[in-house]
Design a protein around this ligand. Structure first.
Ligand code: OOB
Length: 536
């Protein structure tokens, strides 16, 4: 079994012949853009403006530094950076030498980072030199390094200790079909799965997105969501805009107070938000004194955007709304810029590629009638054929003929647009941030007073869903305060968004026929409990 199951030859040949896979790599892509327009601005971060030429030179210098320290093609490097220009310097340096960035999010803490380093046998971890939102990553880096034998290096972004010679190292350059990086899955299991993406497949998702989102060399993209997430990275995201020769503007925080002045100053034309942020921007838009008229397109996705909220976007912000329903595993759907308003506000779009195969099936994998609701399965030129080093899990998450089981419940309209109706996977979508209940449950179970726990979603007006942990206390133990459970999760080093919003104590869980905890019944109970509040 290889680390990453890729496409069978017949599919790879088809995708190449169709022109989806262009035989490009990220390292080459930046080199070509820098040669074509060295002085155009590539990245803006506060007062810093890096041209394509400068980004290219910086990536080279850092690539030489990494190579000199023994980082080789195929090595994994966990990268955890906030929205700063160095994010691109680091990832393009790694792309150049064929090392694979593992894209951690700034919110991840020791448990997650240690797992990524351990599981991927990472040789290095790159983290922010300065604290972010009051959190200092240096201690985390040192602690993780002490526990993970493969982790030879911990480097801050733009580390001054790396050799600063600009000579391009003699490196084994990656081929277009090679892996480019590992993305994280939202996950529905105890630990996040890693998603292997190749240069060829990811670059197709970039230029395919650019065509549908109107991105060209004049586009200015605001990176408001965490830069490493698949949505702001590739839908069409920063990498799509760099591919087109446009400009990327780093936004340190996604709130209107930070983002609106940047939109005015840089003439931002396009950005992407999760639904809760889109609501906040929509509320702030009409009253702002900043000029937002440059903004052409606002992409909203990551979680279901309600029709009422969707209708308010264009009047409030003066831009076109584009809904996006995507996943780090591949498939991305967009409403088209010229779709009728009714389609834009009521659907989550249709696939990028004519060769994205969509199957909507019942519980027995039998295709449902057109227009009926069912499980979404997909296969195509930028959807993975398996997670990285997870053969057993892959048997469950992929069909024998290579379709990915998304865990999403959808229906297709007559125009081929998908409407997300729900979810079958055991995952909580907290305003676009994905939480695997099992991961949080495992941590809560380690609390000495806890006998059993079940984490479920509760409906929330603003975030769509929040988390509720139902806890059964151990016989003879004193019932802890809910805040003690939350504190325990935080202290175990899990990202803050995974800390349960609510903790309730019960004496038993509803059971399924075979004696397993019935999450369905628990969810129904929590929904019934939440109903009066929702109406209030
Ligand atoms: C994006 O990627 P992930 O990997 O964080 O999460 C994927 C999951 C989907 O399977 C679905 O359950 C949910 O997030 N989702 C949506 C949605 N967009 C994503 N559910 C309802 N409506 C939507 N519009 O979230 C992602 C990746 C690329 C582009 C956009 C989002």
């Amino acid at each position: 079994m290889t680390d990453a199951p890729l496409w069978p030859d017949e599919f790879a040949e088809r995708y190449r012949a169709a022109g989806y896979w262009r035989g490009e790599t990220f390292g080459r892509m930046l080199r070509d853009r820098a040669a074509a327009h060295p002085d155009r601005t590539a990245v803006v971060d506060g007062d810093r403006r890096w041209s394509y030429g400068e980004l290219d030179t910086r990536a080279d210098r850092l690539a030489a530094g990494y190579a000199a320290r023994g980082v080789r093609k195929g090595d994994r490097v966990v990268v955890q950076l906030p929205n700063v220009a160095e994010f691109f310097e680091v990832i393009f340096a790694l792309f150049r030498i064929g090392a694979l960035p593992v894209f951690a999010l700034p919110a991840h803490r020791e448990t997650e980072i240690r797992y990524f380093c351990e599981f991927t046998e990472a040789v290095a971890y790159v983290f922010p030199a300065e604290p972010v939102a009051g959190f200092d990553y240096r201690k985390l880096a040192a602690d993780v390094q002490a526990q993970v034998p493969t982790l030879r290096h911990i480097w801050t972004a733009g580390d001054p200790d790396l050799p600063a010679d600009s000579a391009t190292a003699e490196v084994d350059v990656p081929a277009p079909g090679d892996l480019a990086f590992l993305q994280l899955s939202g996950g529905s299991t105890g630990v996040p799965k890693l998603i292997p993406r190749t240069h060829d497949d990811y670059i197709y998702s970039l230029w395919g997105s650019n065509e549908l989102c109107g991105v060209d060399a004049d586009s200015v993209y605001l990176v408001a969501l965490p830069a490493a997430h698949n949505f702001p990275l590739s839908s069409p995201g920063s990498l799509g805009v760099l591919y087109a020769g446009g400009r990327v503007v780093m936004c340190p925080q996604p709130d209107p107070e930070t983002a609106f002045p940047l939109i005015e100053k840089e003439g931002v034309t396009i950005t992407g938000l999760v639904p809760p942020l889109a609501l906040v921007w929509t509320e702030a838009g009409p009253a702002t004194s900043y000029d937002l008229s440059s903004l052409d397109v606002l992409l909203v996705g990551g979680a279901k955007f309600s029709e009422e909220a969707a209708r308010r976007v264009t009047p409030a912000l003066g831009c076109t709304l584009q809904q996006v329903f995507g996943m780090a595993e591949g498939l991305v759907n967009y409403t088209r810029l010229d779709d009728p308003v009714e389609t834009i506000v009521t659907t989550q779009g249709r696939p990028i590629s004519p060769d994205d195969e969509i199957r909507i099936v019942d519980d027995h994998d039998v295709q449902v009638a057109p227009g009926e609701t069912g499980h979404l399965l997909t296969r195509g030129p930028y959807t993975i054929r398996g997670y990285w080093r997870a053969p057993d899990h892959n048997k469950r998450s992929f069909t024998e003929d290579g379709f990915y089981r998304t865990g999403d419940v959808v229906r297709m309209t007559e125009t081929g647009h998908l409407v997300v109706e729900g979810r079958a996977k055991d995952q909580i979508n907290r305003g676009g941030e994905k939480i695997a209940p099992e991961e949080v449950e495992n941590v809560i179970l380690a609390h000495p007073a806890v006998h059993d726990v079940s984490v479920v979603a509760i409906p929330d007006e603003y975030l769509g869903e929040r988390t509720l942990a139902y806890v059964i206390v151990r016989d003879g133990a004193e019932q802890p305060k809910p805040v003690a459970i939350k504190k325990h999760v935080r202290e175990r080093g899990l990202a803050a968004y995974k800390v349960p919003d609510k903790v309730e104590f019960v004496t038993a869980f509803p059971q399924t026929g075979v004696g397993k905890v019935s999450k369905k019944d628990l969810r129904a109970a929590s929904e019934a409990a939440a109903e009066p509040h929702r109406k209030a």
